[in-house]
Design a binder for this molecule. Structure first.
Ligand code: CU
Length: 167
């Protein structure tokens, strides 16, 4: 009497299991399709320098030093961001980016990935502050948020440009 019981149990499990297996397979294909789509659109974005959309209300600002502050070098600069998150460079997560500090007003084309220079510093590890060695005198500082491919958002998310005096 045991045999029929087991076989009917096995049968009912198999029947119950079928839709689950089918669903898992569909999910796997959907996942692969989604990943392929995302990869293709990332490549297009990179190739044509397509800016990422900035979430409404997002703001980038310099927490310190204050505008017109007189400071001593090295100067600690603290970055502020609201309405978005920070992600390391190369990591594409919607509504995230990484900071770039523009020192002494370099000329930058925001339609292209931000260059790297002494005056355009990337914080691709997701840093939210830095320490700068600056010569005595007046300097300007401005933050620009870049997306995963170091490109400014649309619209551009940049802080007010502050002026500091290094003693
Ligand atoms: Cu960058």
């Amino acid at each position: 009497m045991r045999f029929p019981l087991i076989s009917s149990l096995t049968l009912s499990l198999a029947v119950a299991g079928l839709p689950v297996l089918a669903l898992a397979k569909d999910d796997a294909f959907a996942g692969i399709k989604e990943a392929a789509k995302a990869q293709a659109s990332n490549k297009m974005a990179e190739k044509f320098n397509l800016p990422s959309a900035a979430p409404a209300g997002a703001k980038v600002y310099i927490i310190s030093p204050a505008n017109d502050a007189t400071v001593t070098s090295p100067v600690t600069v603290v970055f502020g961001l609201s309405g978005m998150g920070i992600a390391p460079a190369g990591t594409q997560i919607e509504a995230t980016g990484h900071h770039h500090l523009l020192i002494d007003d370099p000329t930058v084309d925001f339609a292209l990935p931000l260059p790297t220079s002494e005056q355009v510093v990337h914080f691709g590890k997701g840093q939210t502050e830095t320490t700068l060695k600056l010569k005595p005198g007046k300097h300007t500082l401005q933050l620009v948020l870049g997306d995963w491919k170091h490109q400014a958002f649309n619209p551009t998310l940049a802080s007010d440009k502050i002026t500091i005096t290094v003693k």
